[in-house]
Design a protein around this ligand. Structure first.
Ligand code: PBG
Length: 340
């Protein structure tokens, strides 16, 4: 059978002829409830400080943190992920275990302000608290020690659970961290605190602006614990291990450069899959939009819908509030494909 303009039975364009037809057959939708907003609390801050490499993102004061979380909750955002920026750091990251430390204080405030409207999550990692900037404790030779770090994570998990965190995000890429944290939580009756495991986390250049956001003092790199960008197979292994260890959700991070990994994980995961659209992804879009090279609103919404299409149930994004605001307002014709 030869097809010609006289006989062309398959015309995919028929499903694109009008807005209503396109809407009818649209596969993927973006909902504020699937978005998580990362937030930074700066210890002792008296004014919110805009992060230079992340325009529109702030190191918050306690007051502005609560205001930002309230706004997110009112817009229907599914969760907030809190990072603490302490004033004092030391070799073992002891500030992470302080029940009155910046992260615990922030969790307590968020839980009280928005805990019944959205999910209060806290980052579980030492890098914001160590003076060397690594995600764990170091041995005499400067290597990041796995098992010694796990002992600290256990204590940190309990500190954050006692402060009221409803979900913890272990992001340090230590082997066995999910099992250790799960058992620590269960041993003190925190069975209902869930774990959003950063399972497939790559040693990526895209975390650059985040290092500004948390005043990171990292020397060296994280290549002995975060994954090689050239590998995909080990992500499946990491995900499998985390699920076996008790992860409630798994995550792929960063997002766009790793959409293939996200798809592969989503195809096999029996638990919900998250993705983190990281600081560098945010900053690239902001910078291009500020130059007039990209249409900001379209690019933001397209970036998020594409991560959903690639398999993400949940997206952590610095655009969460901006996107939710757009989705809640009547969308102009140029943004029709994102309407709820
Ligand atoms: C580690 C952590 C990092 C990010 C989230 N959790 C930094 C890193 O691994 O170097 C990066 C997030 C981003 O870039 O937006 N606690």
């Amino acid at each position: 059978m030869t097809f010609s303009p006289d006989f062309l039975p398959h015309r995919p364009r028929r499903l694109r002829v009008s807005g209503p037809v396109r809407s009818l057959v649209r596969e993927t939708a973006l909902r504020p409830a699937n978005l998580v907003l990362p937030l930074f609390l700066l210890e002792g801050a008296t004014e919110p400080r805009e992060i230079p490499s992340m325009p529109g993102v702030f190191q918050h004061t306690e007051e502005s943190l609560v205001a930002a979380a309230r706004e997110a909750a009112e817009l229907g955002i599914g969760g907030v992920m809190l990072f603490g920026v302490p004033l004092h750091k030391d070799a073992t990251g002891s500030g992470a275990l302080d029940p009155d430390g910046v992260l615990s204080r922030g969790v307590r405030l968020l839980r009280e302000a928005v805990g019944d409207k959205t999910v209060v999550m806290a980052d579980l990692c030492l890098d914001e608290f160590t003076d060397h900037g690594h995600c764990g404790v170091l041995g005499a030779d400067g290597r990041v020690l796995n098992d010694e770090t796990l002992a600290v994570y256990r204590k940190m998990a309990l500190t954050l659970a006692r402060a009221g965190a409803q979900m913890l995000g272990p992001s340090g890429m230590m082997d066995g961290q999910i099992a250790e944290v799960r058992s620590a939580l269960d041993s003190e009756g925190f069975q209902d605190v869930s774990l959003f495991a950063y399972s497939a986390k790559y040693a990526s250049a895209l975390y650059g602006p985040f290092r500004d956001a948390v005043n990171s003092s990292l020397r060296g790199d994280r290549r002995t614990y975060q994954q090689d960008p050239a590998n995909a197979r080990e992500s499946l292994r990491e995900v499998e291990l985390d699920i076996a260890e008790g992860a409630d959700l798994v995550m792929v991070k960063p997002g766009h450069f790793y959409a293939d990994v996200l798809r592969r994980v989503a195809d096999v995961s029996p638990v919900p899959v998250g993705v983190y659209q990281v600081s560098g992804e945010y900053s690239m879009i902001c910078a291009a939009a500020a130059n007039g090279w990209l249409d900001r609103e379209r690019t933001v919404l397209e970036s998020l819908v594409c991560l959903r299409r690639a398999g993400a149930d949940v997206i952590l994004s610095y655009f969460a509030v901006e996107a939710a605001r757009l989705l809640r307002s009547p969308l102009p014709k140029e943004l029709e494909e994102f309407s709820l």
